[in-house]
Design a protein around this ligand. Structure first.
Ligand code: MN
Length: 736
């Protein structure tokens, strides 16, 4: 356990003006207050606040924050009171400790409603004084570091909460190192197997590349010095969690992750930053598209740096972050960097925490969450639970549109206005043309491109995730579907007339309406289109003597009941499925699987699994083929909108069933590699249907594996396990 003088030494190291007496008395006070209490590890309880204080000394925080850290559990867990702390340590510190006490019991992954309220309290406490968050994060970090002493059943919950709330919050506040460590510790708890395999491979790489980091550091430093720039270069290995995220995001294997090492180049001035990048680009080939200027356009959390990637010494891809010392402080400590020396003299021009972008974001969020709603309403609409599930996007005019995570530009369009949604035909995200099914990210500027369309494609219903968009699409779809049936019915009736060599006229039709129990011609056509009335019945109603041949009649086995009677009229290309009188999801056809009551097949290349957003493509006379919405194969049907069907999974209460998917795996060409891959898939419950070799070099072969899985999660888990294998350099879903 750290001694009293050690703590004071640490603080004095960065803050010579520290009040030693204050630190000393807080140390003694907290130690006495916690007395003989112990932690789950068996250590004296006091070791915990002390470690929390030590973490905050790494962030170089002011005396009040360090003292608050020492005292943070006293009001809740000991006899200490706010009044007493106020008397002994002053009002500032007492308020901090009280703030920490209020949020101590927050159990953010408890019931959703309680979670919302707790998060609201946390945000309000932070808004009062950002140092509350700094202590809270340090508290969480120490608890995560000592997670192994916590009872097994609680560990996952704590890790999830950390990954969901505290790590993003740290990132949002620009506290990069804090976020990274919180993420990594959570990841290790939640996915131990994957974590271990990444670690093992990092270790192997470390051995193979021994001295590489030092070598690149030296070469970069020398080259810059030769050109007159004094720079401090530090190389580091990425953390397993960020490697994992990248593997997930980019769908690449470990071997293809070229930038496992990042280098920071710290220089004296902004001019030197740009000069250094220029020198590096002259000396080594740079990777196009990787240069980013976060100095002229800082990130929302105040982060500033120049980023570039070059093919550096030893043909190694080297990712560089170039920045000044000040920027480096902010990059590492975020909002904490602004809180340095809060109670001592401030240097000129220093940004106060309350003026920082990160803080402004916090304020905005709180305002937005609180905007015009009572606490009940607040919880009912669970706006807060969306806090970490939410993305904030902008219109080109700068209007903020808040959407749930995974929202698409279509949701965005409907959030702006129903008319915008109904007429949307494309979009630009941050100036780039993007598909309407893209997933929006916070900070995206979205411009909706509108066309003449009055109604959205019905298939959008399965793509959007906001209620507003869905309701509008269904409304529009219902009338569009009706119009389709009507048009279809009219064509069927006209054709029947033509076949019977009878002149078709609306007057004749009008006369027959009462006999067919329909009010208008449109009603009649619509009924014919839906298959409720046969065209020949219309002829008979007009001319009871008529005895013609049946026009429709080719029936498939399921034509009588079910969702999808594939009755086919000879002249018709397709038949629209009947709407079921179910209010919810009126037009979506529920899809169970190949044994369902529909003639359903899955996309021949790539399949489809529950969890995929899907559309059906109608094959006249044959049934429906189900594709994941992102399948490139769908392009072929772009100009045949009438063949697109709105379908949804209906597997909730059904027996677990397997669904087809394809995985492409690139693996090292060595004996037993195929067996290893098959074993991974088998061990994780996947059923291999077929393996096809699909290209081969001296070192690698690529294979396409048909695999049957339960759902998307299952498929992704298998892919992740494959990527973690040493022999696998890439694994991805085909057409997924
Ligand atoms: Mn604590």
């Amino acid at each position: 356990m750290m001694r009293q003088y050690e703590l004071v030494d640490r603080v004095r190291h960065y803050n010579p003006a520290t009040d030693e007496g204050l630190l000393d008395s807080a140390y003694v006070y907290a130690m006495k207050a916690h007395g003989s209490q112990t932690r789950a590890s068996g250590d004296p309880y006091f070791s915990h606040p002390l470690e929390v204080a030590a973490i905050l000394t790494d962030l170089k925080l002011d005396d009040a924050t360090i003292v608050a850290a020492l005292l943070h559990d006293t009001i809740e867990d000991t006899k200490a009171t706010k009044a007493e702390i106020g008397k002994k340590f002053g009002k500032d510190i007492a308020t901090l400790v009280e703030g920490l006490t209020k949020i101590k019991k927050l159990d953010l992954v408890s019931k959703r409603a309680a979670q919302a309220e707790n998060l609201r309290k946390l945000l309000l406490a932070i808004a009062d004084d950002v140092r509350v968050l700094l202590v809270k994060l340090a508290d969480r970090l120490h608890n995560m570091r000592t997670l192994k002493f916590v009872p097994e059943e609680k560990r996952n919950r704590i890790a999830e909460e950390t990954l969901d709330i505290y790590a993003p919050l740290a990132g949002r506040m620009g506290m990069h190192d804090m976020r990274e460590e919180l993420e990594d510790l959570s990841f290790r708890q939640l996915q131990p197997e994957v974590y271990r395999s990444i670690e093992q491979r990092l270790a192997a790489l470390r051995e193979r590349n021994a001295g590489l980091i030092k070598g690149i550091e030296a070469e970069l430093t020398d080259e810059l010095a030769r050109r007159g720039i004094k720079a401090k270069v530090r190389g580091r290995e990425k953390k397993p969690y960020s490697i994992w995220k990248k593997m997930e995001r980019k769908a690449v294997g470990f071997e293809q992750l070229s930038d496992l090492y990042g280098f920071r180049v710290i220089v004296g001035s902004i001019a030197d930053c740009y000069a250094a990048v220029g020198i590096v680009h002259t000396k080594w080939p740079f990777v196009p598209g990787r240069f980013k200027d976060y100095i002229s356009t800082p990130k929302q959390n105040d982060y500033r740096s120049l980023h570039t990637t070059v093919v550096g010494p030893g043909r190694q891809r080297v990712e560089l972050q170039v920045r000044t010392y000040d920027m480096d402080q902010v990059a590492e400590y975020g909002i904490a960097a602004h809180a340095v020396y809060k109670d001592s003299e401030r240097s000129n021009g220093e940004i106060l925490p309350h003026d920082s972008n990160a803080y402004a974001w916090l304020r905005r969020t709180i305002e937005m969450l609180a905007e015009g709603s009572s606490p009940e309403e607040f919880l009912e609409h669970t706006k807060l639970e969306l806090f970490h599930d939410q993305v904030f996007c902008f219109t080109p005019n700068g209007r903020l549109i808040a959407l749930p995570r995974k929202a698409t530009p279509i949701d965005f369009a409907y959030a702006v206005h129903t008319d915008v949604g109904n007429s949307a035909i494309g979009c630009k995200i941050n100036g780039q043309v993007a598909p309407l099914v893209s997933e929006l990210q916070t900070g995206d500027e979205v411009e909706i491109i509108r066309g003449d369309a009055k109604a959205p494609p019905a298939a959008w219903d399965a793509i959007v995730i906001t209620g507003k968009a869905r309701a509008a699409i269904r409304r529009a779809t219902r009338s569009a579907v009706r119009a389709q049936y009507t048009g279809l019915g009219r064509r069927m009736v006209e054709r029947a007339f033509a076949k019977a060599s009878l002149p078709f006229s609306d007057e004749k039709l009008q006369a027959a309406l009462p006999r067919l129990a329909r009010h208008t011609g449109e009603d009649l056509f619509s009924s014919v289109g839906r298959g409720e009335i046969k065209p020949e019945d219309v002829l008979r109603a007009i001319d009871p003597e008529w005895r013609g041949e049946r026009v429709t009649g080719v029936k498939t086995p399921k034509s009588e009941g079910g969702w999808f009677g594939l009755r086919r009229a000879s002249s018709l290309k397709f038949r629209i499925p009947e709407e079921k009188g179910k209010e919810e999801k009126p037009s979506a056809i529920p899809i169970r699987g190949i044994n369902g009551e529909l003639p359903v097949r899955f996309a021949p290349n790539g399949g489809a699994v529950p969890g995929d957003r899907i559309v059906g493509i109608l094959n006249p006379g044959e049934g429906i083929t189900i594709y994941p919405i992102h399948s490139p194969a769908l392009k072929e049907f772009d100009d045949q909108p009438e063949r697109w069907l709105d379908v949804r999974w209906d597997v909730e209460d059904a027996e677990p069933q397997r669904f087809p998917a394809q995985i492409a795996v690139t693996a090292m060409n060595e004996p037993g590699s195929l067996a290893q891959i098959a074993t991974v898939i088998g061990e994780h419950g996947g059923n291999i249907d077929n393996i096809r070799m699909d290209g081969k070099t001296a070192d690698f072969h690529r294979m396409v594996i048909d695999v049957e899985v339960f759902d998307l999660k299952h498929l992704n888990a298998i892919i992740a396990q494959l990527r973690a294998k040493k022999i696998v350099s890439g694994a991805e879903r085909v057409n997924g």
